[in-house]
Design a protein. Structure first.
Length: 504
């Protein structure tokens, strides 16, 4: 957090890196084309307008063609231009066959031959070879084969060649890029970004644009883009956010989500671009509730909320909080998890932001999220509510208690998740301390010790005193000490905190 803060604000912000979390270690969704889509789009379609399948070989049934497979391999290795082109077409027919398993025809040597066929001076041969390689990317093992024998290095130059070559190369490169980090690193090492951005900027046919943006979304998961590169692609992404094709829109949103994972510099570039043009558009998209875009959009807003106070102020001004409240009841677990995570960042630090969340009626559904069966959702909801307890005023913490936050938090003390236990223990400690700060005068806070006792919290805490993790048993002991101190200050009876005997 930067800027002119008061001393109290500086103290409160000292450990915000714990409360505010970017998705550095989270799973990034990359769309991978399934076999049915590949077959429907690519089944024996000519790659060039004047290219036709007239050879008698291509009229054979798959089983008959497979019997001549050795001739296909020989033509790929030593044939003339026309023989190699026909061999590639036959190979593509076999690769798309429903009766000939690909494992019976694909090996490393075949992959080498096909990759070499993609590096000729003939557009038809190159395009046909790229199409075969694209089909091979359906299998992880075959994708590894072709990547190891130089497929990426062979196909990147095709992006600047004919439209047919570029389309087929993009399809294959995008598939490889979605497979693994290593492929994406090789793509960036081959300087794929410049021809890729050039293709997108030229407004190509939709099929080409979809594959280009798909590839870009994969590449952005690798945090190797300099600020100048990010600045270069932001105008492209700003334009893509107005596309009507769902795949293009979703992948564009993932590009921005991935870029905001990099850090504060990239978040600032995206936030400030063209007078907040991108962020305004993302808020509009979130309001439209187009399901495939929701998670990447929440990722953007959640990452922005991990930054300066001004960024959080701005996204709140775009009325995203009411939409987040609505999405907390979404049927998909991933959506609810991302909402809770984004809110945990918004609620970490500023009491004003916490109050805005309260006014958007976010506390009741967050408390309800503590009681669902999905552990991931519970954990993120606990982060959000415990951040409120940590950074909120006593009045705000009392509001949490009045809305039933204590009992669900106590239930989470039985969780085996160490990180979750630490978050919940810290939240409970701040709730108890707020009760002491206010002199036990607030109705909700005043009830907390008795709530802990009557709902088995004492037993849960005593059990955690034996936890093998030092931080956990120390935190549990701290809460017991806080309760004992509170009872003594109220003039109540002493509290026995010996093992198994914690009673008022």
């Amino acid at each position: 957090m930067k800027g002119g803060k008061s001393r109290s604000e500086q103290c409160m912000a000292a450990d915000l890196e714990v409360g505010k979390r970017r998705r550095h270690a989270s799973t990034v969704s990359l769309r991978v084309r399934n076999r049915s889509e590949v077959v429907n789009v690519k089944r024996m379609q000519p790659l060039e307008p004047n290219d036709s399948f007239t050879s008698p070989l291509l009229q054979l049934r798959d089983e008959e063609l497979f019997q001549r497979f050795h001739q296909i391999v020989e033509a790929l290795a030593q044939g003339s231009r026309s023989e190699r082109l026909l061999a590639l077409k036959c190979l593509r027919k076999l690769l798309l066959s429903d009766v000939i398993p690909n494992d019976t025809i694909v090996n490393r040597d075949i992959c080498v031959l096909v990759v070499s066929s993609a590096q000729t001076d003939d557009a038809c041969v190159n395009g046909e070879a790229a199409a075969c390689l694209g089909i091979l990317t359906e299998s992880d093992a075959h994708a590894q084969y072709i990547a190891e024998v130089g497929c990426i290095q062979a196909l990147v130059p095709l992006l600047t060649r004919s439209p047919g070559e570029a389309e087929q190369a993009l399809w294959t490169l995008a598939s490889l890029g979605a497979k693994c980090v290593k492929s994406r690193e090789v793509l960036l090492a081959c300087d794929v970004l410049k021809p890729l951005c050039d293709i997108i900027s030229l407004q190509p046919p939709q099929a080409v644009l979809k594959n280009a943006v798909w590839l870009l979304s994969s590449l952005t998961t690798i945090p190797q883009f300099s600020s100048s590169v990010v600045e270069h692609i932001l105008p492209i992404l700003a334009s893509l956010l107005h596309e009507t094709d769902e795949d293009i829109l979703v992948d564009s949103c993932w590009c921005l989500a991935n870029l905001t994972d990099y850090g504060s510099a990239e978040i600032s570039l995206i936030s400030s671009y063209a007078d907040h043009m991108i962020i305004k558009r993302l808020a509009d998209l979130l309001a439209s509730a187009l399901v495939p875009t929701i998670v990447p959009l929440l990722r953007v807003f959640g990452n922005m909320a991990s930054g300066p106070t001004a960024d959080v102020d701005y996204i709140i001004s775009l009325d995203v909080l009411p939409m987040m409240c609505y999405l907390l009841a979404h049927q998909k677990k991933a959506t609810r998890k991302e909402v809770c995570w984004a809110l945990s960042n918004i609620m970490a630090g500023s009491r004003h932001h916490i109050q805005m969340c309260f006014e958007a009626n976010l506390v009741p559904p967050l408390v309800a999220s503590l009681q669902v069966y999905e552990v991931e959702v519970k954990k993120e909801a606990a982060w959000a509510l415990c951040n409120c307890a940590k950074y909120g005023t006593p009045e705000q913490i009392n509001y949490l208690v009045m809305h039933g936050v204590v009992v669900p938090l106590l239930e989470l003390l039985r969780s085996p998740d160490k990180e979750l236990l630490l978050v919940v223990l810290e939240g409970l400690r701040y709730i108890l301390e707020a009760n002491m700060v206010t002199g036990y005068q607030m109705e909700g806070l005043h009830q907390v010790p008795s709530l802990i006792q009557s709902h088995g919290g004492i037993e849960f805490l005593e059990a955690l005193l034996e936890h093998q993790t030092d931080l956990i048993h120390e935190a549990a002991g701290s809460i017991i000490d806080t309760i004992e101190k509170g009872v003594e200050e109220e003039g109540g009876c002493a509290v026995d905190v010996s093992p198994g005997c914690f009673r008022f």
